[in-house]
Design a protein around this ligand. Sequence first.
Ligand SMILES: [Zn+2]
Length: 238
Amino acid sequence: MSQHPRPRFTYLGHATVRCDLPGGEVVLIDPWVQGNPSCPEDLKSFDRLDAVLITHAHYDHMGDALELCKRHKPKKVVASFEICSWLERKGVKSCSAMNLGGCQDVLGLQVTMVRADHSCGLSDGDQILYGGAAAGYVVRLPAGFTFYHAGDTALFSDMQLLGEMYRPELAFLPIGDLFTMDPTQAARACRFLGVRKVIPIHWGTFPLLTGTPAKLEKALEAYGTACEVVTLKPGESY
Ligand SMILES: [Zn+2]
């Protein structure tokens, strides 16, 4: 483990994660707060938003992107080319589009967009537009701390490659099943990634999502994988 200052991560429920960087900047991953039944009321608004990262176009990941980006004017809004084009058409400035495999500097963080096995339709009125590829992010802090937010994804064996290349210390992994990995697949993902800590996301928001952190702990034990499950209730920080 590196001894460098780390971000403070606050889980806002579902897949939404607020990162308070050591310098005070606020980065929001997957902005969905207003309609998010898990998000605590007092955490739905922000004093500042310096950057926004969007993994894919589904409403439960970018439902508040427009509203929040217009209000707080983050320095960078990072998403697929297609999502960025849509946001720009709706009046968001400072979009910084990227695609799978690419890396860019965001407030001094090295942000790499990586594969996710998922769909990415963008709901606009009663239409579903093409939103580009669904993605995850590997984020490297200047001082050496690296984390991975998988977005919504199935298990894929290239997670081994992400582990080898980026050596993330911490992963945010979906465990809810049905739309994403279940806890058994997520346990294997932890082994592929070589992470020592995992924060489960995309669970408990709706009754349909049946995966739980307890099931993930059991699955990790069954695999003999030494990875700590850091379970955050919405509103809790790590
Ligand atoms: Zn989702």
